[in-house]
Design a binder for this molecule. Structure first.
Ligand SMILES: [Zn+2]
Length: 335
């Protein structure tokens, strides 16, 4: 049994160094934040595509009649003057506009557990449905995002890397936070605390899921992922009473092997209800919940571009986009 079972709330969940996976917890070289010109051009091209698809989605409507979309956010933070930020830093103002805009356009937000239950029962999920998730477990979600979610009555799941609860230093897999730590407010990079998690879930609108315990590079290590998930699930159960937890893969990218079939099987064996990727695609009734994709929301997104993603037309261009990206490889930063 893991040493964390004896850890009291309010104390850092970090434990003896020998329990850290051999694969380490630093961000893998192939997903490091890329501020080079090719990376910025890739992001610009993606936004151009999305904006071009807005009138397409408006004119043609949804590409699939039985699919819904899951969104994934990371940090919801105020910018710091002079400090460059990755595109997955979304300001509270933008966050509110994105989600309120989706509601105004007739979309409805569902809890992830409700979508999973409907899928399990074979019941149709209304087409204009979206699910909100957060990866890693940043304190900024508690500080900035949750008040907006409560105001809009939008449920969400926060996937927490449980080893870092209560830590007072950046996540080791978060190269942006490590680089800017001396210059930006701790709320921009600090992991969630146990108290903040407990407050978030108190009214039932927010749910906690696991993002593994160590957020390590589990590629080719399904047994390690399995053991890690058992540890993380024990933390969620002991501290927050979470049962039958949901799960989202660290780094989440299929192309780079972060969510291969053997890893999905290991996750399923641990008892989690799902394993979500960051494949930019809708969820169809045929897809098992251990292979559900999610759309990574950026600070450049508007409600209209989110509709373009959720309409299904964006995914049509995904394979072409990947081929272009292979020709000019870039990254969006740690996820
Ligand atoms: Zn992550």
């Amino acid at each position: 049994m893991h040493l964390l079972m004896g850890t009291k709330p309010g104390r850092p969940a970090m434990i003896a160094a020998e329990t850290i996976p051999e694969s380490g917890t630093a961000v893998p070289a192939d997903v490091r934040t890329d501020d080079r010109l090719c990376g910025r051009l890739w992001g610009l091209g993606q936004q151009c595509l999305l904006r071009a698809l807005v009138p397409v989605a408006t004119a043609l409507g949804n590409r699939h009649q039985a699919a819904f979309g899951i969104l994934v956010y990371h940090r919801v933070t105020q910018p710091t003057a002079g400090i460059p930020v990755p595109t997955n830093n979304v300001t509270p103002h933008t966050f509110r506009r994105q989600l309120a805009g989706l509601l105004r356009r007739g979309y409805q937000a569902w809890p992830l557990r409700k979508a999973l239950e409907y899928h399990r029962q074979g019941r149709p999920i209304p087409r204009e449905t979206f699910v909100v998730t957060f990866d890693d477990g940043y304190a900024s979600v508690y500080q900035h995002a949750v008040p907006i979610l409560r105001e809009l009555q939008i449920p969400a799941t926060v996937f927490v890397a449980t080893a870092y609860l209560d830590a007072e230093w950046p996540f080791p897999f978060d190269d942006w936070s490590a680089n800017v730590r001396p210059e930006v407010h701790p709320l921009s990079w600090r992991p969630l605390s146990t108290r903040e998690c407990a407050e978030m879930i108190a009214d039932g609108l927010i749910d906690l899921g696991t993002h593994t315990h160590w957020h390590a590079d589990f590629r080719g290590r399904p047994a390690l992922l399995y053991r890690d998930l058992l540890t993380s699930l024990a933390v969620l159960r002991a501290r927050f009473g979470v049962k039958d937890a949901t799960f989202a893969f660290p780094f989440g990218n299929k192309e780079r092997g972060f969510c291969a079939p053997e890893l999905s099987a290991a996750a399923q064996g641990s008892g989690v209800l799902c394993s979500l990727t960051t494949e930019q695609e809708l969820v169809t009734p045929q897809q098992p919940p251990f292979d559900w994709g999610r759309f990574t929301v950026t600070s450049c997104d508007t409600a209209a571009t989110l509709v373009a993603r959720l309409s299904g037309w964006y995914t049509l261009f995904r394979d072409l986009w990947r081929r272009l990206r292979r020709a000019s490889p870039s990254r969006q930063g740690a996820t």
